[in-house]
Design a protein around this ligand. Structure first.
Ligand code: GLP
Length: 239
């Protein structure tokens, strides 16, 4: 695990954005693993800017998003699909036919198997982007007794609900989601994780300096051959 500390989220967005643009320029049909949340937004801004400048085309990439809420229509403004359309897909030439999402409203077992198979058929993920929850979750893999393996349906923890309810206003947010498992994430050839802001400092410490334990799911990245962690100064303050 390599840790890079930069001054702020904008600088991280530019550096991680460059990693994605270089990946796609070197391999135009790359398989990209994408994440939602506020942490990747500056990276998506950079990718959109480079596309607009004619410096990269995403038309041949295949994408897989990490997770999606259950019991929420895909078209809902708070679905992770809508988030990706707004923040990246509609701002680049990404081919929506090559965009893969878990259907959080489908029958769990068949859908999870379908998603795992789709990743495998695409040749596996070349470059996976991650954020981290304040409790150390990646995707929606919440702290647990053991590391999860494959895509599955998860009951969200109170702390995740407290963090994400703000996006839903007065409407109660979904209590369940489907997410790629830790095993699915760890199969990616390269992983880049972004953590910014003081609220991520404890989770960043546990991920980087703590023991590898499912009580902090992100700590598993210590075992990955090519994982790069980008932290801003606030997120790195306990290291
Ligand atoms: C969500 C997502 C994660 C994300 C995390 C942190 O719950 N499922 O993939 O990393 O929250 O989000 P943010 O970047 O907004 O802090």
């Amino acid at each position: 695990m390599k840790v890079i500390v930069l001054d702020n989220a904008a600088q991280i967005g530019e550096e991680v954005g460059k990693i994605f643009v270089n990946q796609v320029n070197n391999k135009p049909d790359s398989v990209l693993g994408l994440a939602t949340g506020m942490s990747p937004v500056p990276t998506y801004d950079y990718m959109a800017k480079e596309y607009a400048a004619g410096n990269v085309s995403f038309k041949n990439v295949t994408t897989f998003n990490l997770d999606e809420y259950c019991d929420l229509p895909k078209s809902d403004k708070n679905s992770f699909y809508s988030f990706m359309v707004d923040n990246l897909f509609s701002r680049t030439d990404i081919d929506l036919d090559k965009v893969n999402f878990i259907d959080g409203n489908a029958e769990e077992k068949a859908e999870c198997e379908r998603y795992e198979k789709a990743i495998e058929t695409a040749g596996g993920i070349d470059l996976q982007l991650l954020g981290i929850g304040t409790n150390g979750h990646i995707g929606f893999n919440e702290p647990a007794d053991e590391f999860t393996q494959h895509t599955y349906k998860v009951k969200l923890t109170d702390s995740t609900i407290a963090s994400n309810q703000k996006f839903f206003g007065d409407v109660p947010m979904p209590r369940y989601a489907m997410t790629m498992g830790i095993g699915s994430i760890m199969k990616a050839k390269k992983i880049v994780l972004i953590a910014t802001g003081e609220s991520k400092a404890k989770a960043a410490y546990a991920m980087v300096k703590g023991e590898v334990s499912p009580s902090c799911p992100a700590s598993v990245l210590q075992n990955h051959e090519d994982a790069v962690i980008f932290l801003d100064k606030e997120a790195a303050k306990l290291l």
